[in-house]
Design a protein around this ligand. Structure first.
Ligand SMILES: N[C@@H](CCC(=O)N[C@@H](CS)C(=O)NCC(=O)O)C(=O)O
Length: 258
């Protein structure tokens, strides 16, 4: 079934269309039509979740229960790098969930909404986790996952691996309630997908990361997250990748001082 949902919620309070941007400009930036090309259970959920948090209008395109069919629509738009999310923003075709989130927040959310102010002490943390989610976390998780599917590790690597990149998040969450610091932000939206991948695919052992587990419970309780699930994952996870078998136990990392 070709699914097309248009949300036409008023965006008066949360959006900056009639107020200002994070740069302090008073000039309104009207939002063009946004269409999110989506694969159920994949990174495109981030953009749906963001729009639900901001109560901004968007169109959601996917073929329910049919990942290949949803991907065909993405490929038609972006044949060289068909990826979810792909977003039609006015007449521009955008990829990279972090860049899409930053664009929407910087242009269409009021200053300080879902990100700290530029001069706030938390701002560097917010930017760091926005980028860490894909640049270090997802990259290492999928690299380990691919290698370990065929060759499960006998011991941990001395290099920075999946367990280390999740441990870094765990230690940050021991000191801060959210990845953007004191408040929930776009950085939390970015971090949820790779931290789910880490534990659901058994790349790391969830039991070793209680702060991450408690943070997931908190974000999953957000009404906007629940609205996202209802719209973007109506049948639960479909076509999930297989979880890894039990593999290299944690403990001292070979060649490292941990
Ligand atoms: N760094 C990109 C990654 C996008 C990405 O790889 N998306 C996956 C779905 S979660 C995808 O489309 N995979 C299809 C493929 O790689 O062929 C982002 O954050 O948007």
């Amino acid at each position: 079934m070709n699914r097309s949902i248009v949300c036409m919620l008023a965006a008066v309070v949360l959006t900056g269309c009639a107020t200002s941007t994070s740069t302090g400009s008073a000039k309104p930036i009207p939002m063009p039509e946004v269409t999110i090309y989506h694969l159920e259970g994949r990174r495109s959920e981030r953009i749906v979740w963001l729009m639900e948090e901001l109560q901004l209008p968007y169109r959601l395109e996917f073929r329910r229960g049919d990942l290949a069919g949803s991907m065909a629509a993405i490929r038609a738009l972006s044949p060289i790098v068909p990826m979810a999310p792909t977003v039609k923003y006015g007449d521009q075709i955008l990829v990279e969930s972090g860049a899409i989130i930053e664009t929407i927040l910087d242009r269409h959310a009021a200053a300080g909404v879902l990100r700290p102010a530029l001069d706030a002490p938390d701002y560097p943390y917010y930017v760091m986790w926005m980028h860490y989610a894909e640049g270090s976390l997802a990259a290492r998780l999928f690299s380990d996952y691919r290698a370990w599917r065929t060759n499960p590790p006998k011991q941990r690597s001395p290099l920075v691996d999946s367990e280390a990149v999740v441990q870094f998040a765990e230690e940050y969450l021991a000191k801060h309630p959210w990845f953007g610091g004191a408040e929930f932000s776009g950085a939390d939206i970015m971090m949820k997908f790779p931290l789910d991948v880490a534990t659901k695919l058994n790349i790391v052992d969830a039991a070793q990361f209680p702060k991450v587990a408690a943070w997931k419970t908190k974000v999953e309780a957000r009404p906007a997250y629940q609205r996202m699930l209802a719209k973007a994952r109506p049948d639960g996870l479909i076509g999930p990748l297989p979880a890894l078998p039990q593999h290299a136990p944690s403990g001292p990392r070979v060649g490292s001082e941990r």
